[in-house]
Design a protein around this ligand. Structure first.
Ligand code: C2E
Ligand code: CA
Ligand code: CA
Length: 695
């Protein structure tokens, strides 16, 4: 039974039915007893009357009056028989009732033994089985005239009477039963009503999840207790749910913030690397499906480091935000721009119909970023180097696309910055070679693949007064690798320091031979890179080596380019002051190519200016270049700086330079860079290596 209500109703109904049946049964039993008593009394009264009526006729010989008295028993259906005995116990008259006739028809003839027994019965009432027998004295008990025996078959009359009784009582019982059932069910419904109300509320809570519910406390004590428990449980759950809701809200907010932090650059608000990569992945998959192309622009700011170093990080940060806005303003809404970190930005051009269109966007960006940016009170000169790569060129591979754009961007940087470059397969080959070169530098030191060559510097009388140490690298797989190629790679991959350390050590080894052959006043120059000035391992090692040289330290000159010096101005000044204090000289290399302010010259700690080869090569060709060369010489004279001209290849160039007061000359006209001969007996610098190391 599924419902408690039905179960209780069933139990109640069964109980009522059983009790009713029991009551009926008991009633019938009581009725039976009462009926028997009633019949007995009636029978006794009847037998009394009959005995009285029989008395006058007992002495007569005629049986007829007796019979006529007994025949009055015909009125009584259930009288079996009646017998009149005289004082000797002989039957003087007998009556057979309809009940006995019917009984005999059913049960067969009764034996006469019954008669004997009947005669012997005592006076009074005898009840046995379904018979009631009355034995009555005829006449005065002190002087009896005979005996009257009446037998009454109670069974049938009782059954009839009972039937009547039942028929009379059943509708009443049914009525009572139905009323009871109705009342019980109604009472039960009323008692259980609060419970069902509670169940209904629980169902609603289950559906709506609204725990802010209270059920009015009513009903019997158990239901009251249950409702009270339910209410307090709901109140607890509601409080807990409210608490959870608040916690969830907090968690969601934190999650949103974390997602923002995880996906967006906190400075510019642009998507960060992680988010960009996700976007790019989706964009590539879509483009591949639709057989369209995706253009990726890798943008690196030019000279950002200098802004950061010179104006501070605060200005640097503001500039980055400004650039982020400039980029966003130059793009369409469906293009994606993000910041990879530092001064690197990535732009995804979703719908690019042609390369020309992409180049147009890149040109627009170069121009927009190339104009001065106002940050606080500063007008900052900025520029952008952009690399463009197309998804179709790399079969929609994300990593290759990124790497291609990066390679193309480096080409822009190397080719003079402030420009964009479209990636080509050749650049990839270049890049592979660059990676190979970069990874081979350490093993080159271990395998002794580097060697130094020395190029002479002469004075105005063509006397060799110095040498510039230039590094050479012969690799069994790569062949001769030019320093013009591997030095920038070593600088970019932070491997220049090992080279500088090696060159310094080698120069210190060679210095004695050179001085012995060319005199104590000969200068030996070696080149430093920008990173060397900031690398304490390098500066400490160089100073240590110079100190070890003792008196020979004055023979050493360090060449540094103008831009490299500016990149590490503070550190460079301190380092060069230390070197100059030890007797070393400093030369500003490639002078005239660094686009920097001339005012720096007064702040640089230098002894010599080296006029770049590009001016020297124009002597006799371009009057403008000649003018610049003369101006440099003039200015150096006023600043009391020595001047060395590089790349002198002709007599005309040499004559022009000498005529305008150039102190030192260096170039193929005077001598090519040659390896040093370690044999002191030899005369001059001669090649010490095989011809395969030809310079
Ligand atoms: P640089 O310091 O300006 O060196 C002068 C370059 O001009 C040398 O090229 C030299 O061979 C070349 N040269 C000299 N005279 C002439 C000439 O008359 N005509 C022409 N066409 N070229 C001439 P090299 O040796 O290939 O070096 C290239 C650059 O590599 C150097 O330029 C320097 O920046 C760098 N480098 C070379 N050796 C080292 C080194 O040991 N350390 C560092 N950090 N850089 C070095
Ligand atoms: Ca040099
Ligand atoms: Ca130079």
């Amino acid at each position: 039974m599924k419902s408690l209500r039905t179960e209780i109703a069933a139990i109640t109904l069964i109980s009522i039915t059983v009790i009713s049946a029991l009551v009926m049964w008991v009633s019938l039993r009581v009725y039976e007893g009462l009926y028997e008593e009633f019949v007995s009394q009636e029978l006794q009264a009847l037998s009394e009357n009959l005995a009285n009526d029989l008395l006058p006729h007992m002495t007569a010989d005629d049986e007829f009056p007796l019979i006529s008295v007994l025949l009055r028993l015909d009125e009584y259906d259930n009288v079996e028989f009646a017998r009149v005995y005289n004082t000797q116990g002989e039957i003087v008259s007998a009556y057979i009732g309809s009940a006995l006739i019917k009984h005999r028809q059913h049960a067969g003839n009764e034996s006469s033994a019954g008669d004997i027994l009947l005669h012997e019965l005592d006076y009074g009432l005898h009840i046995e089985d379904s018979h009631i027998r009355v034995v009555k004295i005829i006449g005065d008990p002190a002087l009896p005239q005979g005996k009257l025996v009446i037998s009454y078959l109670i069974e049938q009359s009782l059954a009839d009477s009972q039937r009547k009784f039942v028929v009379a009582i059943v509708p009443f019982v049914i009525f009572i039963l139905l009323t009871a059932v109705f009342l019980v069910l109604e009472l039960q419904r009323r008692s259980l009503q609060p419970l069902f109300k509670l169940i209904e509320k629980m169902r609603r809570v289950e559906e709506t999840k609204d725990y802010a519910i209270e059920v009015s406390i009513e009903g019997k004590s158990e239901i009251k207790a249950l409702t009270h428990g339910f209410n307090s449980m709901m109140s607890d759950i509601n409080k807990q749910t409210e608490l959870n809701r608040q916690k969830n809200k907090l968690l969601t907010r934190q999650q949103e913030q974390m997602e923002k932090l995880a996906n967006f650059d906190p400075l510019t608000g642009l998507p960060n690397r992680q988010f960009l990569m996700k976007c790019l992945n989706i964009e590539l998959a879509r483009a591949k499906r639709e057989e369209k192309d995706v253009a990726l622009l890798f943008l690196d700011l030019d000279g950002f480091k200098m802004v950061n170093d010179s104006f501070g990080h605060d200005v640097g940060d503001k500039l980055l935000c400004k650039i982020a806005d400039v980029i966003s303003d130059s793009l369409r809404l469906d293009d994606v721009v993000g910041r990879l970190g530092g001064d690197e930005f990535v732009i995804i051009l979703g719908e690019c119909s042609s390369v020309e269109q992409v180049e147009e966007v890149a040109a627009r960006l170069v121009e927009a970023i190339g104009s001065d940016q106002q940050v606080d009170q500063w007008k900052l000169e900025t520029g952008a180097s952009i690399g463009i790569a197309l998804a179709k060129d790399c079969d929609f591979s994300l990593t290759t696309l990124m790497s291609n754009a990066d390679i193309a961007m480096y080409h822009s940087k190397r080719n003079g910055r402030g420009q964009f470059t479209l990636f080509t397969r050749m650049m990839q080959d270049d890049n592979h070679r660059m990676i190979r070169i970069s990874t081979s530098i350490h093993t080159a030191i271990e395998n002794n693949e580097f060697f130094l060559v020395y190029q002479p510097k002469v004075d105005q009388s063509s006397k060799v007064v110095g040498f510039e140490a230039l590094i050479r690298w012969y690799n069994p797989h790569l062949g001769m690798v030019s320093p013009a190629e591997f030095i920038p790679i070593a600088e970019q991959s932070n491997k220049i320091s090992v080279i500088t350390l090696w060159v310094m050590a080698q120069v210190c080894k060679d210095v004695k031979h050179i001085l012995r052959q060319y005199g104590e006043t000969t200068t030996i120059s070696l080149n430093l890179s920008a990173n060397d000035l900031k690398d304490e391992t390098v500066t400490a090692f160089v100073l240590k080596k110079i100190r070890e040289l003792g008196g020979l330290a004055g023979a050493i000159e360090f060449e540094i380019t103008e831009s490299a010096y500016l990149k590490s101005f503070q550190a460079g000044n301190a380092f060069f002051d230390d070197l100059r204090a030890l007797g070393c000289k400093i030369a500003l290399d490639d002078f005239g190519t660094g686009y920097s302010s001339l005012s720096y010259l007064t702040e640089f700690s230098i002894d010599t200016l080296k006029i770049d080869r590009q001016f020297v090569s124009q002597i006799g060709v371009s009057q403008r270049s000649e003018l610049i060369t003369v101006t440099i010489l003039e200015m150096a004279r006023h600043l009391k700086l020595k001047v060395c001209a590089e790349g002198v290849e002709t007599l005309d160039q040499a004559t022009f330079l000498i005529d305008h007061g150039c102190h030192l000359l260096q170039g193929y006209y005077y001598g090519r860079p040659e390896p040093i001969c370690e044999n002191d007996e030899e005369d001059g610098l001669i090649p010490a290596l095989e011809s395969q190391h030809s310079l």
